[in-house]
Design a protein around this ligand. Sequence first.
Ligand code: EPU
Length: 446
Amino acid sequence: MRMTQEGAGAAGSGDVAGERVAADHLVVEGGERLAGEITVSGAKNAALPILCASLLTTDPLTLHNVPDLHDVRTMLKLLGQMGVKVARDGESVTLDASDITHPSAPYDLVKTMRASILVLGPLLARCGEARVSLPGGCAIGARPVDQHVKGLQQMGAEITLSHGDILAKSPRLRGGATIVTDMITVTGTENLLMAAVLADGETVLANAAREPEVTDLARLLVKMGAQIDGIGTERLVVRGVSRLHGATHNVVPDRIEAGTFLCAAAATRGDIVLRRVAPATLDAVIDKLRETGADVTTGDDWIRVAMAGRVKAVSFRTSEYPAFPTDMQAQFMALNCIADGAAQVVETIFENRFMHVQELQRLGADIGIEGNTAMIRGVTRLSGAHVMATDLRASASLVLAGLVAEGETRVDRIHHLDRGYHRIENKLRAVGARIRRVDARQGEIA
Ligand code: EPU
């Protein structure tokens, strides 16, 4: 394992790769039935806050099952710029934040990854100050961070906005507050939790997000010496401690990557076993998949899905965990496009998360949108076309549609996909898909 002051070994090369893959596209030839086994990676949305938790201690933190994704490399680069020493060996990462030299997150990194805001809470708690560029709007909606800021202010932080940066200061954050955010927010809960663990006194997060990724972070914090009650519930009670120590942790499996492959199996009338997965985190997705007619069986750390006939249309609304996740909306939309019957899909979390619709229409899907509701009438066939990825999960839905479309589908702008799926084409090819990555400059590379 290599130790670098700036985390350059972990992140710098990733950036080069990131620039290269930005020009890549995927070519999918539809019509293959998928069968076989896929091993699921660690969860992106758990790994990102957990990497930030390294800022809370002077001791090393060792993490396993960290997915090799562009967003993870960006986060390692960001932490490296602050002085955190990063050593990466495959899916294991050791972080040493004994010396934080720059408690700040600059715009050039924050603008590429909104989750950079997750350094705000831990930096403030550990260093008493932080400067984090305000994330701008993003493709799936405005996504403000006002609730993160409001919660930190309730813990005694002085927060100002200067030249597009959030400037936060507090000698030591104080407990005593019961924080009720205006809506349930995943990264908001994570930020406030990481701040509260080192505060002076007790903080209550009264409507905390219950996503498995929040729970995974809370479990890691407890291993580091934090005192948190109510883990996994909407009410987190945190008694602040004066210091946290190092720990070792396995990141929870990625339920959204898993869910995406479950949809791929159902769409292609396939039979797939997923390994290294946490079925209990996928209850709502599995229920919906069964409604499509799929036969789903689960064990401790595996899920098998087998689909005999055509998918049945399924209506749903996205909501906070444990209800149906917004991060699976686009993939189930792709299933509905080829389903028997019509379905209504309501997106309640983000105001602009239907951008995949116009690309799916290019493949022949019959979808109408009114506000946050989409009506999908299943068609008997999609036909391959040239489409463009607009955000991470939208990209996944286009790949799924491509797997069943007649002929060739080309998906451009797949740097979005690479943020959250590690080489999705390799995992799909291993179960029989005809999919390849093409580098715009070098030609076919896989
Ligand atoms: N919101 C505010 N103010 C805030 C915070 C949130 O108005 O201060 C709003 C958002 O605009 C949104 C809603 O509250 O309308 C919920 O947003 P939330 O804060 O829960 O989303 P997030 O924390 O920014 C995480 C995931 C997303 C996932 C959502 C919802 C990470 C790094 N990101 O985002 O993941 O969709 O929770 O589950 O954990 C993805 O992986 O593709 C992805 C977008």
